[in-house]
Design a protein around this ligand. Sequence first.
Ligand SMILES: [Zn+2]
Length: 255
Amino acid sequence: MDVLNVTIFIVGLLFGSFLNVCAYRIPRKESIIWGRSHCPHCGHVIPFYYNIPLISFILLKGKCHYCGAKISWQYPIVELLTGLLTWALFLKMGISYAFIFYLIFIYFLIVIALIDWQTKLILNKILLVMLILGIVVNAIGHVIPFKDAGIGAVVGGGTMFLVAYLGNRIFKKEAMGMGDVKLAFVSGFFLGWQLILWALYLGFVIALLGIGLIWLLRRNRIPKQVPMGPFFALGFALNLFYGRELLELYFKLFS
Ligand SMILES: [Zn+2]
């Protein structure tokens, strides 16, 4: 552990805190830049010393200092997850344009997954900002060739559209929404055509496992609508870190 590694992890924690703010405020149409954080229960403004990632949650024992309302476990979990993922990506890529490019990808996946989980919506404006930032960083840093990214987007979006179309025909209800199709399109841009199909496949496997788990936990009752975004986000992120290893493992197991 040296200073750089620790700094990257702490910056990741701070971004995690910001992603929590985004996931809470964007669906409520609140500004993500202006306005101090406040307790959703009593409305008291939270001073910075009660808003330190991880540490405040532990010191406050998961409760609001003013009204005692429980603070959701989502906050420290997302902070820690973001810190660890940021650090892991740094270890894999070092300080580079690729690091920034994929960090944008992961941070947006986290926000999209959180909002989809809570509201069952994947918001267009988030996907649009994600795509624009990706294009800009890719244009400056030449992370992946634009041809690969473009084909990846079309292949990803097209495949997901086909699956959604067939799924909706077979199950005679909306099994998957257009939000998932658009997410696959934008993710294809970040992963390129070489990785997007495998990433989608992983996403589907994780989604099926996840729905199976929900089914078990809720005692044989499948909720009417399961947001798929979080599962795909997990599949895409896993693919980014361990795509090749998982592919090799897959062929070892099933061939
Ligand atoms: Zn409170």
